[in-house]
Design a protein around this ligand. Structure first.
Ligand code: ADP
Ligand code: ADP
Length: 229
């Protein structure tokens, strides 16, 4: 499950200005689509439409053939996990930050179990002793650690569709590389849409779409796009 399609999707925040102009995307279940392109191209807008923060102006978005407007908000949230660029954590424990909003969140043993499961099960190559640190306060974490918490939070619901909206863009390149490694393992078997600003971070994607001014400027694999220059 998790076949995502955009069919001639148009959208503008203002009715007289299209941000996405007739976008077609086909992301087979379990595959990875990377969306790259300059700032303002409409990449985050595309992610917001999938989560129905906004509805398409024309065309449709489907998951496994079903128009997302016919899916309940609860099912949509269960199906899609988003990791944003800047994670704002509560000044509370890592466990709380991973488990808030989840059933049973707020009970310390559930938070600890949730955080433990998320970190041990999904985040490989965690820094030494990371799992023993679920009681630490979120505000003390580094940017990379915060993003790991955000990823663990998203993965706790085990979504078949994962959207990474510049999830590592704000990090230094070594931390970014470490987290990209972790993410590659996590993406396996999930439909993944990776929004990135650099082609070099999405080498492994099954298909790459270069968005410019809300339109597809180029599409292909990493090797194909390099060949086209
Ligand atoms: P990207 O993620 O590629 O940088 P965005 O999807 O964030 O691009 O933005 C695409 C365009 O939509 C930009 O021109 C931006 O200014 C505009 N935009 C983004 N969010 C809003 C909003 N909430 N209201 C109006 N315009 C917006
Ligand atoms: P869930 O319980 O599925 O995690 P949340 O309500 O916590 O649902 O939000 C889902 C994701 O959407 C979170 O990662 C959150 O950071 C992200 N998000 C919330 N608002 C926006 C927004 N305006 N644009 C992009 N992402 C957002």
């Amino acid at each position: 499950a998790g076949h995502v399609r955009f069919e001639d999707v148009r959208f503008g925040y203002d009715p007289d200005r299209d941000i996405l102009g007739g976008l077609d995307l086909d992301v087979p279940a379990g595959s990875t689509l990377a969306v790259v392109g300059p700032s303002g191209a409409g990449k985050s807008t595309l992610a917001r439409l999938m989560y129905r923060f906004y509805d398409v102006g024309a065309g449709r978005i489907t998951i496994d053939g079903q128009d997302i407007r016919d899916v309940t908000q609860a099912s949509l949230r269960a199906a899609i996990g988003i990791v944003p660029q800047d994670t704002v954590l509560f000044n509370d424990t890592i466990g709380y930050n991973i488990a808030y909003g989840r059933e049973g969140a707020g009970r310390p043993e559930i938070e600890a179990a949730a955080a433990g499961a998320a970190i041990a099960g999904f985040i490989e190559r965690q820094p030494e002793g990371y799992d023993a640190r679920v009681g630490e306060r979120g505000l003390k974490l580094s940017g990379g650690e915060k993003q790991r918490v955000a990823i663990a939070r998203t993965l706790l619901k085990n979504p078949p569709i994962l959207i990474l909206d510049e999830a590592t863009s704000a990090l230094d390149s070594r931390t970014e590389a470490e987290i990209l490694d972790t993410l590659e393992a996590i993406e396996r078997g999930r439909t993944t849409i990776v929004i990135a600003h650099r082609l070099s971070t999405v080498v492994h994607a099954d298909q790459i779409v270069v968005l410019d001014g809300g339109r597809v400027a180029e599409r292909g694999t990493h090797a194909e796009l390099l060949r086209q220059g």
